[in-house]
Design a protein around this ligand. Structure first.
Ligand SMILES: NC(=O)c1ccc[n+]([C@@H]2O[C@H](COP(=O)([O-])OP(=O)(O)OC[C@H]3O[C@@H](n4cnc5c(N)ncnc54)[C@H](O)[C@@H]3O)[C@@H](O)[C@H]2O)c1
Length: 336
């Protein structure tokens, strides 16, 4: 089996690649415009399974050459998983062109080339941010889409373009992730800069730095944002399940929320971490309240029954598991 993974050097792409190799011993053709420590680990551990191509997907000529190259090698792609994107919501409000150009052009080029080379199965990393400010909670897939940031808009437009290509034979599944977090063994979040709550919080706990909460005046019970955190193990599992269903032609053209149907406020995550890790740290943990970040909406909690009912997908892990995995990952980095 040959799977093309865009953005496979990144956090979720590398974790998914790892699980695909473990479960199916598949060949993973990774496209990314950067190399990362996660990619290095994959290449080191699975040299026969990984083919890495350092390509900017917005460059159509380079991207086309890659498909041509795969074609001449008679390497038939069974499915594509499209993770590649710029992902920082607040940055996307400052750099509108950068985000819309990168995330939309890369998707459009990919779809055009998939069509040209008759590759028909696609799983797309979408985001709960497409819903914008929730009109009701939990949010199901029929909730109106009202993207509040350029990042979210790029995801909505990408979904629309994907839907358009389905008229040309593309078979897709859009996965709207809520808040993925946690690690899979030696692979974790290595965003630069890191903007996600859990890795930042755990690093602050370990390093004794003051932790910043962005906004405590949201319309939520404690004033901090509420999010639905899904363990990366569960998130990746949903991709494997969707890929199997696509390859077996048991499903077509679906959009699923991926979350655990439960929200935690930022303050609750901070308190839960203190409860678990307080005894392990030798300094006093402190946090401050900073301004809200641009593009952050108050509450995002999934109604994730659709994928459960249609595919039997049931997340297994809890917030505590996520926190522990990130703690172990960060501690291990220090001791290396
Ligand atoms: N991590 C989250 O909390 C979260 C939540 C919702 C949705 N998502 C989506 O999941 C996907 C993966 O997220 P992640 O956290 O692993 O991000 P990441 O930044 O770790 O990985 C994304 C990768 O895409 C690559 N990339 C970006 N533009 C590219 C281009 N033009 N050509 C080639 N490579 C390019 C980057 O180099 C990076 O390695 C993204 O599409 C993101 O929008 C993530």
């Amino acid at each position: 089996m040959n799977i093309l993974i865009t953005g496979g050097a990144g956090y979720i792409g590398s974790c998914t690649t790892f699980k695909i190799i473990q479960k199916y011993n598949a060949k993973c053709i990774i496209i990314d415009k950067q190399e990362t420590s996660n990619l290095e680990k994959l290449k080191l551990n699975y040299p026969k399974n990984i083919e890495f191509y350092k390509i900017d997907m917005c460059n159509y000529t380079d991207f086309n050459e890659l498909f041509e190259h795969l074609n001449t090698k008679s390497l038939r792609i069974d499915s594509v998983i499209h993770f590649a994107a710029y992902t920082i919501v607040s940055e996307s409000e400052k750099e509108i062109h950068k985000y819309l150009h990168n995330n939309i052009t890369s998707t459009l080029n990919l779809l055009d080339l998939m069509n040209k080379y008759e590759i028909n199965n696609l799983i797309f990393s979408s985001s709960a941010s497409v819903y914008g400010q929730a009109k009701y909670i939990p949010i199901d897939e029929n909730h109106p889409l009202n993207p509040q940031s350029s990042y979210a808009l790029s995801k909505k437009i990408s979904e629309d373009i994907i839907s358009k290509y389905s008229q040309k034979g593309l078979n897709f599944i859009n996965l709207r992730y809520f808040n993925p977090a946690g690690t899979i063994g030696h692979l974790g979040e290595e965003h630069n800069p890191e903007t996600h709550l859990i890795p930042l919080l755990i690093k602050s706990l370990i390093e004794g730095k003051i932790f910043k909460i962005f906004g405590n005046d949201f319309p939520t019970p404690d004033g901090t944002c509420i999010r639905d955190f899904i363990h990366i193990e569960d998130l990746v599992e949903s991709h494997l399940l969707c890929m199997e269903k696509l390859l077996n032609e048991e499903i077509e053209n679906e959009t699923f929320n991926i979350g655990i149907n439960k929200g935690y406020s930022v303050l609750e995550v901070v308190n839960k971490s203190m409860e678990i890790f307080n005894k392990k740290i030798h300094h006093k943990f402190r946090y401050t309240i900073d301004n809200r970040r641009e593009g952050d909406v108050p509450i995002l909690v999934a109604q994730a029954e659709k994928i459960k009912n249609k595919l039997g997908f049931q997340p297994k892990y809890k917030l505590e598991d996520i926190l522990l995995s990130v703690w172990n990952y960060e501690i291990q980095k220090i001791s290396l």
